[in-house]
Ligand binder design. Structure first.
Ligand code: HEM
Length: 702
């Protein structure tokens, strides 16, 4: 037991969570200090081991820069993690019924963001000193640094991250609401995306894959370490609300563990060319990292098995174990972050040098031309997109977990819907990482196949699997849970937002209802095709990763909202009567056909400096292929729309049957009041037509 720190017990009953006493506060600092010391020790040891900080023969910036830079980078990684973690605590993890706790969490987040800003600025300055081989004390340093941050990609990215950190600091002080902190967390993700574009991932080796997997890696690591790091100094204030917060963190940690493992494996495959490379200093350091990751996994398991479910009780032993685990976990997290930066600063076995003598396709797309497409190659050719592939796998895991949850409590869920969802996700996986993605980069017609499957085929499968309905049935509501007087006895409902509350918020938000509106969905679905192909958006989607993801997300969502408005099961849009739905559908079909014909008959090549410069020796010319793409848009586009029309007609007839059955039941129960009223009206009309009779007044409505 560390001297001077009282053994922190489990949640102390009947104690206000407002303030953390002396021993608790010093224990907080002990944990943060343990993380920081482990991180610095690990990065220094890692760098010393790989020799990444050895003096350079030419233009040596000096030891301060060579050793200071990796330490500053580690500090920036951890501070960015704590910032993201603090924002996630406020957005969804913390139980919200005590303003003092919310303010404390916001304070911790702002401090973390301020440290991030500082370390990001130091990292920027030392990076330039290291790149230029110039000591920061050199008189010319300032001027050159100015050029670095304005004229060089790396400088601009590092400046962007530092500015984003400063903006996050200010915003973290101003907003504590779940929605506000979620938006600020979005800005942190943008900064992490920029960070993922630097380092070895910026090199040529599998660039797209390297940056997207690095992004998943950085987010997974930051969320995992950051949430625990931000929770630790707060935990003493939470009292009985610590247990639900730890349980929610545990779910996040499990997903982060999976994300870090998958992306780490991909990073390793990119950086290591062969098994022998594991014996290099880089390889050995990576093995150390994987071992530390394994230790973290075991600690997480111990949490789950021994702490999470029992923290709500007053068992001091559990509380003691919890704090011990947190201290060890944060220390190991510090160490693995240090090793990570040492790895990022050391030359990997597979050099990330620019491609020498690139082919035209490599110059334009960054990739070699795939082989001529055959039926088989559409199945065998893969260009992995870690983010989208992980999203598809996560989509299947989450949906099946919800179905199992319903089953476990005795509720049923149609297997057809489950099969439809899984098929949709598998198709998404293939469309974004398989043949369509591979050929969609070099053939307009293949790009159109990718687009049509994303916007037309997959949404039909997803809309018919009613994911929102399932989610709302499977996910617990935060408000009802807290009211149950779980030890807190305080009974105030938990105003925090869990997955269920966020989903409901999204579906019922003004924006959600606007885009779910059937007319808006139809215009968005059909109109965005013209905007996409006949403006520079198409070029953006081809030439930048962000553009590519924006395209995939937009077309998938636009398709889902359109299909859901017509034949969906999920709540949300006010669906128009069936005749109008059919009208909307035929109008969209006509528009689609018109778009297809325009492409088929068009003779102006879209994005000519892409499709025209690939040096493709197989297949039709670029313009002929584009015209074929028009045929694909028409062909693949119309089939699902036709299926939708059949779907609407079937739903219509089923609805009619339901109405008829309802009416029959009412007639059987109350007699045919409608017919009676109708006959009475006819009688009155007949009466009126007899000459000389006074028209009796219709009885007044009660
Ligand atoms: C909690 C565990 C982990 C954390 C916190 C973590 C964190 C990080 C960070 C921050 C970076 C970027 C370093 C930089 O460029 O400055 C990184 C890179 C990397 N990580 Fe991890 N990582 C973890 C687990 C893993 C695992 C399990 C693997 C392997 C399976 C892995 C493989 C890699 C590789 C290969 C890189 C690229 C390094 C380079 O740029 O050369 N990481 N990691």
């Amino acid at each position: 037991m560390a001297p001077g720190v009282a053994a922190p017990a489990g949640p102390r009953p009947a104690r206000s969570p407002r303030t953390a006493d002396g021993p608790a506060r010093s224990a907080d600092w002990l944990r943060i200090a343990a993380l920081a010391v482990a991180a610095v020790a690990a990065v220094v040891a890692g760098i010393a081991f790989t020799g990444a900080a050895a003096p350079t023969a030419l233009r040596d910036p000096g030891a301060l820069v060579r050793w200071g830079l990796p330490i500053a980078s580690t500090g920036a990684e951890l501070a960015a993690s704590a910032t993201l973690g603090g924002l996630v605590l406020l957005a969804t993890v913390l139980v919200r019924r005590d303003e003092a706790v919310v303010r404390a969490a916001s304070g911790i987040t702002a401090v973390a963001a301020a440290v991030w800003t500082l370390t990001a600025v130091v990292e920027l300055v030392l990076t330039y000193a290291n790149v230029a081989g110039l000591s920061p004390t050199d008189p010319a340093f300032g001027g050159e640094l100015g050029q670095f941050v304005t004229q060089f990609e790396l400088g601009r990215v590092l400046l962007f991250v530092a500015v984003a950190a400063a903006v996050v600091t200010a915003l973290a002080l101003m907003t504590t609401s779940p929605v506000g902190t979620a938006w600020v967390a979005g800005l942190v993700l943008v900064a992490l995306w920029q960070s993922a574009q630097t380092g070895h991932a910026a090199g040529a080796a599998s660039h797209d894959l390297a940056t997207s997997s690095m992004f998943l890696h950085l987010v997974g690591a930051a969320l995992w370490i950051g949430t625990l790091l931000a929770l630790s100094p707060l935990a003493h204030r939470l009292g009985a609300d610590l247990a639900p917060a730890v349980a929610r963190f545990s779910v996040i940690a499990a997903w982060c563990f999976a994300a870090v493992a998958v992306s780490g494996t991909v990073n390793s495959i990119i950086r290591l060319g062969s098994w022998d490379d594991w014996t290099t200093r880089y390889g050995v350091l990576l093995l150390v990292k994987i071992a530390l990751f394994g230790v973290l996994g075991l600690l997480g398991l111990a949490h789950r098995r021994r702490v999470v479910g029992r923290l709500a009780g007053d068992d001091r032993a559990v509380g003691w174990l919890f704090w011990r685990l947190v201290l060890v976990e944060l220390t190991v997290m510090g160490a693995v972050s240090g090793v990570a930066v040492a790895l990022g600063s050391s030359p990997p076995p597979v050099p990330d040098d620019p491609i020498t003598d690139p082919t035209p396709a490599e110059i334009v797309t960054g990739h070699l031309l795939p082989p001529e497409p055959t039926t088989l190659s559409w199945i065998t050719q893969w260009r992995w997109d870690v983010l989208l592939a992980s999203a598809a796998v996560a989509g299947i895991v989450v949906y099946l977990r919800w179905v199992l949850r319903l089953r476990r409590r005795g509720d049923t869920w149609s297997w057809a819907r489950t099969a439809s969802w899984v098929t949709g996700m598998v198709l998404f996986f293939w469309t974004t990482s398989g043949g369509p993605a591979m050929y969609g980069h070099v053939l307009f017609s293949a790009h159109m196949v990718e687009h049509m499957i994303l916007a037309m085929v997959i949404p039909v499968l997803l809309a018919l699997s009613a994911p929102v309905t399932l989610a709302l049935r499977a996910l617990p509501s935060r408000a009802t849970r807290a009211g149950a007087g779980r030890g807190a006895g305080r009974g105030a409902p938990d105003a925090s937002r869990g997955p269920r509350e966020w989903l409901l918020g999204l579906v019922h938000s003004r924006l959600g209802r606007f885009f779910a509106n059937p007319v808006v969905a139809a215009v968005n679905f059909a109109g965005s095709m013209v905007v996409f192909y006949y403006t520079d958006v198409f070029r953006w989607a081809l030439t930048s990763e962000v553009g590519h993801y924006a395209m995939v997300v937009h077309f998938s969502l636009a398709g889902y909202l359109f299909v859901n408005a017509l034949v969906g099961i999920d709540p949300g849009p006010n669906r128009p009567p069936y005749p109008q739905r059919l009208l909307l559908l035929f109008a969209t079909m006509a528009f689609h056909a018109f778009f297809g014909v325009a492409l088929t008959t068009g003779d102006v090549l879209l994005v000519p400096d892409w499709f025209g410069l690939l040096g493709r020796e197989w297949g039709p010319s670029a313009i002929v292929d584009q015209q074929r793409g028009g045929g694909v848009a028409w062909g693949i586009g119309e089939l699902p729309t036709l299926a939708l029309a059949v779907g609407v007609a079937l739903a219509w007839s089923r609805d009619d049957e339901r109405t008829a059955r309802r009416r029959d039941r009412k007639v059987a129960r109350d007699g045919d009041t409608e017919m009676d009223e109708y006959n009475a009206m006819l009688a009155r009309l007949a009466q009126r037509d007899v000459p000389g009779t006074v028209e009796p007044r219709a009885p007044r409505e009660p």
